[in-house]
Design a protein around this ligand. Structure first.
Ligand code: GLA
Length: 732
């Protein structure tokens, strides 16, 4: 039993392997947050909640004689606007009379085996034997608004997920102005917020700020989770690092607008809230309608970021990703984008594929430019049929040629978009998001299709299915190359326009669900101009996402470092590209580029025909190496050995098999130095007492020596040099 209800004191205790979450129904019926942190067994921790009479922090009417009891200072499980809690709210409702308030009181609860279901939304899943759920029904004191708070406990993973449903059980319509998914009230003010900001071609750069009085938030109002902010954040104590310290990780399982906010209040408590961003959000709930707020995943570690990340990695690999490629090896691919961009012929692509096949590459991916009038980014999006000038025998004929080579065939699509210069737009100008009477904002000369519309989704499903059927594609890259603006749907009445952002995401999910159920054996890769929609929501449907349009190995170290805090290596789309790099002009060796791409899905994205013989031999070896250590890399524990940003001389990361018998350590020595100091590296996660053999040498090391004393790194010549180490446990 991981969820226990103690009826006398009305306490809910949720236990995972190393953590405890406790909540309590107060004597006045509010659901208070008691504790979340390291495991405490058999204890009522509600003594932690205290109240004293504080000026300007009021008291609920029914508690008027109890002036220490204030919703403004007491920790809440789900906060609401308008009834005396002046801190960040989760719920803001406008009732029919124009009033905006809610005071949620406990009504009843259910505890059951298995996971709660969020229809139409991605979420963590699992067997009833692996997950236990608590549902708490709350009701507004004065209206028929009900809120069901969901909690699911994955004991083994140190994970608790949350979501909620807001139901209008009354007879009159209401508007939701804010419907966040979760709140965490911690009675402490010593927390930093770690978030991941970025931009196109430079995503998920770690930023750490102390949460101070007032609000601090990150989020997106771009219609997607965005390059600029990621819906994964950490709250940690100010001393926390990779191997020590308390940290709380929160991941929003959603691919649209979001907010993650901390607020330190007047008495030095920190409130964290997460959910759909309230900007641009206004949701009409007619009588008897309900709104489901997407899932937030919580995990806590008292052992620093390393363990926290591993919790998320294990969880996603086993209980988020559903693809058949969860348990199947993914092929090493070549993508033609950086080699040709839009400028290719079938003949050229076949010759690229032939050359790639010789190297051991298994999958050929035809990127943008194969359809309609798509010879540049100004036209063609929406017309999902072959450009016969480039592909005289159609996608079918081209795919046959690839298959004949003994390679798998993959294809790029960008279903959510349309160019004005396209047959689709000319036929259905109402199918895109734009506001009547306004000239829409353009990005990359394209507009966003109205994914809230079923007719739009049906068209896309049919047109793209045709291509997949005739080509027998084994891989699809689903791109999305702009943000939403001018958000207005011709299909919805005025009073529902505030729902379009959310309905857009639901529409995208519905369409992807249709595709992935019809084509379960296809390997689906998400993409949004690189990593502009890199989130747990997308990963539920597609097991990997292109991490960044920046393929420079050195910049990728920073991008992939940030990404690794919340997401497993097996999700990180990463390719070896040309040197000098197309985005930065930086030169790096093929070894360094491969080492970085191997901390991901691994593939190539360059004209391999132009590699010299020595490089081609190296590529062959890299593919053999990657396949040899595939399980270790994709299934093992991942360790960040250096802190990007702090160290300018070295970047290092490590994979350790779950049984600790094998480990791969990758290093990139960033800056060459004359008369250099010696570099040494301590590794992690091995067995202290075991003996390990360093592959390719006659040297043996004790696990404790490797972890506490470290290994010597060689003195290298030239910037950005890569050195890898493999250790195998010697069984006595
Ligand atoms: C986006 C993707 C790239 C490539 C181009 C094609 O930018 O991230 O990998 O597919 O689109 O237009």
């Amino acid at each position: 039993m991981s969820i226990i209800f103690e009826p006398n004191n009305k306490i809910f205790t949720m236990q995972t392997k190393h953590t405890t979450w406790q909540a309590k129904v107060s004597k006045y019926g509010h659901l208070l947050h008691v504790y979340y942190g390291s495991k405490v067994e058999d204890a009522d921790l509600s003594y932690l909640i205290r109240g004293i009479n504080r000026g300007f922090s009021g008291t609920p009417y029914i508690a008027c004689d109890d002036r220490g009891y204030s919703l403004d200072t007491y920790p809440q499980e789900y906060s609401s606007w308008g009834s005396g809690d002046y801190r960040s709210s989760c719920l803001e409702i406008e009732h029919e009379d124009g009033s905006r308030a809610a005071e949620l009181l406990y009504v009843s609860h259910k505890i059951y085996d298995g996971k709660y279901i969020l229809p139409g939304l991605p979420a963590i899943w699992g067997k009833p034997s692996e997950i236990e759920t608590l549902e708490v029904l709350m009701k507004d004191r004065s209206t028929e608004i009900e809120v069901i708070l969901y909690y699911s406990v994955l004991e083994e993973y140190d994970v608790i997920t949350r979501a909620c449903k807001i139901c209008n059980a009354g007879n009159k319509p209401v508007f939701l102005h804010k419907a966040l998914s979760a709140c965490l009230d911690l009675q402490r003010d010593d927390l930093d917020m770690v978030s991941f900001h970025g931009r196109h071609a430079m995503e998920r750069i770690l930023q750490r700020n102390h949460a101070q009085h007032g609000k601090m938030s990150v989020g997106s109002v771009r219609g997607t989770s965005s390059h600029q902010a990621n819906p994964f954040v950490i709250l940690c104590d100010q001393t926390a690092g990779e191997e020590h310290g308390e940290c709380y990780g929160m991941s929003f399982v959603y691919s649209g607008n979001f907010i993650a906010e901390t607020e330190v209040d007047q008495i030095n408590q920190t409130r964290f809230t997460m959910g759909i961003h309230p900007d641009g959000f206004r949701y009409l709930l007619e009588a008897k309608e309900a709104f489901v707020a997407p899932e937030v995943i919580f995990s806590y570690s008292s052992k620093g970021f390393g363990t926290l990340s591993q919790n998320f990695h294990d969880l996603y690999r086993n209980h988020l990703i559903r693809s058949t490629f969860k348990n199947k090896r993914r092929p090493v691919l070549i993508n033609n984008w950086e080699a040709t961009e839009f400028d290719f012929t079938e003949k050229e692509l076949v010759s690229l594929a032939v050359s790639a096949k010789e190297l051991g590459i298994e999958l050929f991916v035809m990127d943008d430019g194969w359809f309609g009038s798509r010879n540049h980014d100004k036209s063609g999006l929406g017309d999902w049929f072959a450009n016969r000038e480039k592909l005289p025998s159609g996608v079918k004929g081209f795919a046959e040629k690839i298959h004949k080579l003994g390679m798998m065939f993959g294809i790029w699509i960008e279903p959510e978009m349309v160019n004005e210069d396209s047959e689709l737009y000319r036929k259905h100008p109402q199918w895109c998001l734009k506001i009547p009477g306004r000239l829409p904002n353009l990005e990359r000369c394209q507009m966003v299709l109205d994914m809230t519309r079923k007719d739009v989704r049906d068209y896309l499903f049919e047109a793209v299915s045709k291509v997949l059927d005739e080509s027998h594609a084994e891989y699809v890259k689903w791109d999305m190359n702009r943000n939403l603006s001018d958000v207005w749907s011709a299909d919805l009445p005025g009073e529902r326009q505030g729902e379009v952002y959310h309905r857009y995401v639901l529409g995208v999910y519905e369409l992807i669900e249709r595709f992935t159920s019809k084509y379960p054996d296809i390997l689906w890769e998400g993409c949004s101009g690189g990593g502009g929609r890199f989130d747990a929501g997308i990963l539920y449907y597609m097991p990997q996402s292109w991490c960044s349009d920046n393929t420079d190995a050195i910049e990728r170290i920073t991008i992939q470092y940030g990404t690794s805090f919340g997401y497993p290596i097996s999700c990180v789309g990463a390719h070896v590209s040309v040197s000098p790099n197309q985005q930065t002009g930086r030169e790096t060796s093929i070894e360094t580029r491969a080492a970085v791409a191997m901390a991901g899905t691994f593939g190539y994205e360059l004209d391999v025909r132009k590699l010299n013989e020595e490089e081609r031999e190296k590529v062959k070896e890299q593919i053999v190496f990657f396949k040899k250590y595939y399980d270790l890399i994709h299934e093992g524990d991942y360790y960040r050995l250096t802190e990007v940003g702090k160290r300018t001389d070295l970047a290092a990361w490590q994979f350790v098999s779950k049984d600790k018998s094998e480990s791969l350590i990758c290093t990139v020595m960033l800056q060459a130095k004359a008369n250099p100091p010696f570099l040494r590296l301590r590794v992690r996660g091995l067995k202290e007492e075991s003996l390990y053999h360093m592959e390719g040498t006659e040297t043996f090391y004790k696990g404790s020596a490797l972890m506490h004393a470290g290994i010597n790194l060689p003195v290298v010549y030239g910037d950005y040099q890569n050195v890898n180490f493999v250790f195998q446990e010697v069984l006595s």
